[in-house]
Ligand binder design. Structure first.
Ligand SMILES: C[S@@+](CC[C@H](N)C(=O)[O-])C[C@H]1O[C@@H](n2cnc3c(N)ncnc32)[C@H](O)[C@@H]1O
Length: 278
């Protein structure tokens, strides 16, 4: 395993993924009843944006860095909540998905965060130590998730965010989601995926739709044609949301209407962030 999220933390794809996670958790908080959040591929949870890894790629600068000026009471609720989580970390630091979830938990809710890489699992444990109702599992998310479902609360969100390093990781992600959904059909699932070729991404989403009998939304973010020097870098990604909460697409559209201009390559080339049919 070579993937280290510290190189990519706070990039355009993280912004949209973490915004969606915040929107889902805010929805779960609307009912008093407790919920459980599970992060199958949690990574380190807290990132130094002035550190060597972040500076080497500069990805955070064109991601969360572009949102620094956003404020005001008229921001969509999910966007305001997400930005609040980021600001609470202080200048130059960025929270990963488990730390965002931990910040948004109420006393009755809980989080299980799984990370396989020992070094990142140790960082994760340290980054989450100040929060209550959080369990860190050093282990394999593919192996551990089935045993956690259904959660005792019977309400919850599961983020599946693999690094897609291995050739079979798309297939494993589909398998994981399909099995999880059989155990916990009413759960809300967020499955992140990179888009290198649109056809491959469409086939992947088609496979998920075939294997998972549930309502689903697909949100894509595309930065458009990269400059020659940026060709190796990811420029599009997607998120499949299984059992999206009522109003989720409207809430995301309100937020992404603000973000597309900010995350774009230039004023003339805004990012395309939209719900896709496939
Ligand atoms: C894309 S990162 C996760 C980012 C995080 N969810 C966030 O949004 O802040 C993927 C993480 O999965 C970890 N990982 C790789 N294979 C794993 C496995 N089988 N089970 C659990 N974690 C794994 C990697 O070490 C890496 O830290």
């Amino acid at each position: 395993m070579n993937y280290r999220h510290a190189f990519h933390a706070g990039n355009f794809a993280d912004v949209v993924k973490h915004l969606a996670l915040s929107a889902v958790i805010l929805h779960l908080r609307r009912k008093e009843k407790a919920f459980c959040a599970i992060d199958t591929h949690a990574a380190a949870a807290l990132y130094d944006l002035e550190g060597a890894q972040a500076l080497r790629t500069g990805e955070a600068k064109t991601g969360i860095g572009r949102l620094r000026g956003l404020s005001g009471t008229d921001l969509p609720e999910a966007l305001a909540a997400y930005l609040d989580c980021v600001r609470q970390e202080g200048e130059g630091r960025y929270p990963g998905s488990p730390r965002i979830a931990a910040r948004l938990l109420r006393p009755q809710d809980r989080l299980v965060a799984i990370e396989k890489l020992p070094e990142d699992a140790a960082a994760l444990r340290s980054a989450l130590s100040e929060f209550r109702n959080v369990r860190v599992v050093e282990g394999d998310g593919y192996e551990r998730l089935p045993g956690l479902l259904p959660p005792a609360e019977r309400r919850g969100v599961i983020l599946i965010d693999p690094p897609y390093e291995a050739d079979d990781e798309f297939e494993r992600a589909v398998e994981l989601l399909a099995g999880a959904h059989r155990r916990f059909a009413t759960g809300i699932y967020l499955l992140w995926f990179p888009i290198k070729f649109k056809g491959t991404a469409d086939a992947f989403c088609g496979e998920v739709r075939t294997r998972v009998p549930a309502s689903m939304s697909r949100l894509d973010i595309d930065l458009g044609r990269p400059a020659e020097s940026e060709k190796e870098r990811l420029s599009a990604a997607g998120l499949l949301v299984v059992n999206p909460p009522f109003g989720f697409e409207d809430e995301m559209n309100a937020a992404t209407a603000i973000l597309s201009a900010l995350l774009g390559r230039s004023a003339e080339q805004p990012a395309t962030i939209k719900f896709a049919a496939a």
